[in-house]
Design a binder for this molecule. Structure first.
Ligand code: SF4
Ligand code: FES
Length: 237
């Protein structure tokens, strides 16, 4: 079994993510509902567990999700531009009827779990209704990037899903593209300059190379229609 204390991801300068501590890696598919809106996560496959491995960050590897040194040929500029401020100092707070919503928009990975049943921001005033409250909690908990975090106004409780320490390689068939690396369970992430990012329960790391908020995903994989070749997008238009 991997030892959580040793798990670490290091962002290498203009190169891959170096993964240490035997972090489990799996393929995670965004499953749409009948209306075609993001509704659930499906774990499609586990990659073999390795103590150390490197994951492509430039989007150019022929052996995705792993690095094959294509970043050298591509002269990848992986400059980290994301703020080092903790989430609470990045997020805007929306006041709702029974809960508050903390929202750091620049972290959005465009997985769209905040859409079904009404966008989460529109639900906030209606959370006295238990069904609406349940839906809002579900939407925030499914947000892979950790952009959205809900808190109960009365108890101060934060609604965080239980996520084992692991990395998900995201695929988004409804959109016809591959997504970021979904890093779960407070894994330590270290910048190429040696400073740590805040360890959070859920964050998404860019693996298409196009984010302007590196190392984090900002949804650019959707606009460039990034594809890793690991799944066939049968529902492609
Ligand atoms: S990453 Fe979070 S905030 Fe962005 S679209 Fe998905 S659920 Fe919404
Ligand atoms: S993987 Fe989302 S912006 Fe690169």
């Amino acid at each position: 079994m991997p030892s959580p204390g040793k798990m670490k991801i290091v962002v290498s300068k203009d190169g891959p993510y170096m993964v240490y501590g035997g972090i489990p890696l799996s393929l995670m598919i965004i499953e749409p509902n009948k209306e075609g809106l993001s509704w659930d996560w499906k774990e499609a496959k586990d990659f073999p567990v390795k103590e150390e491995y490197s994951l492509c960050r430039c989007g150019q590897s022929k052996n995705k999700p792993y690095c094959d040194s294509s970043h050298l040929r591509a002269k990848f500029d992986g400059t980290e531009t994301a703020t080092r401020r903790p989430f609470v100092r990045q997020a805007e707070v929306f006041d709702g009827a029974t809960m508050t919503l903390s929202d750091a928009e620049e972290l959005c990975a465009f997985a769209r779990f905040c859409d079904p049943g009404g966008k989460i921001w529109g639900l906030m005033d209606q959370t006295v209704d238990p069904e609406v409250r349940k839906l809002a909690i579900r939407e925030a908990a499914h947000c892979s990037s950790g952009r959205l975090v809900l808190h109960d106004k009365k108890t101060g409780e934060t609604f965080e899903p239980r996520l084992p320490s692991s990395i998900g390689v995201v695929e988004d068939p409804a959109l016809g593209c591959s997504g970021p690396l979904w890093v779960r369970g407070r894994i330590h992430i270290e910048s190429a300059d040696g400073t740590p990012y805040e360890a959070r329960n859920r964050v998404t790391l860019c693996r298409c190379g196009a984010s302007s908020n590196k190392p984090f995903c900002n949804g650019s994989h959707a606009s460039i229609r990034f594809r890793d070749g690991l799944v066939e997008f049968v529902r492609l238009k």
